[in-house]
Design a protein around this ligand. Structure first.
Ligand code: FMN
Length: 167
């Protein structure tokens, strides 16, 4: 296989940008910007997320089987960059961002336009990112989108000409 062709072809897949949050219940919180996300079933409503196995987020998600996906709005590029680094908790905020606990105890970022709370149903353990399959059990819309919901989401292409995850 030609490595450049593989990279270019795979980078033609478009992605939204989300912040995955999780709480270990012992004072540890994870918040990571992720893009390998899609819905995969209507009934029950399932989503799948590719999560890096050596990340803080993966450890907590595997342990607690709970996480939230916080949707980022078109104008929230700064938040995406904030959560490329491991999260820190201080003054009741995650990396400086206000949050509240959702129905399942997972952190919901107050500034996200919408979020879903998810319960892990299985993890496909292959490769350097594992595919986490999870059921959406609660949903929040803090800022209803004016038009199509998928037009309101921050996308990989909005992050700059040289930002990619995939390829
Ligand atoms: C553009 C971009 C997209 C990313 N997408 C993902 C992803 O889909 N899944 C993932 O596990 N990590 C992804 N990451 C890496 C995480 O953002 C990063 O590992 C995480 O924030 C580190 O925190 P943690 O170790 O506490 O989880 C991405 C990074 C960048 C720069």
């Amino acid at each position: 296989m030609n490595a450049d062709a593989k990279k270019t072809a795979l980078r033609m897949i478009p992605y939204g940008i989300y912040v995955l949050t999780a709480d270990d219940g012992k004072g540890g919180v994870a918040a990571a910007t992720v893009n390998w996300v899609t819905q995969s079933a209507f009934a029950p409503p399932l989503v799948v997320v590719g999560v890096k196995t050596d990340s803080g987020a993966y450890k907590i998600v595997k342990e607690t089987k709970s996480f939230a996906l916080n949707m980022l709005g078109k104008d929230q590029k700064g938040l995406a960059f904030t959560f490329f680094k491991p999260a820190t908790v201080a003054d009741g905020k995650i990396s400086g961002q206000a949050y509240k606990k959702g129905a399942t105890g997972v952190p919901i970022l107050s500034d996200a336009p919408a979020a879903v709370e998810c319960k892990v149903t299985s993890i496909v353990e292959q490769g350097d990112h594992h595919v986490v399959v999870a059921e959406v059990v609660e949903a929040h819309v803090m800022k209803p989108p004016a038009g199509r919901p998928d037009a309101a989401i921050l996308e990989m292409k909005d992050l700059g000409d040289n930002v990619f995850y995939g390829g």
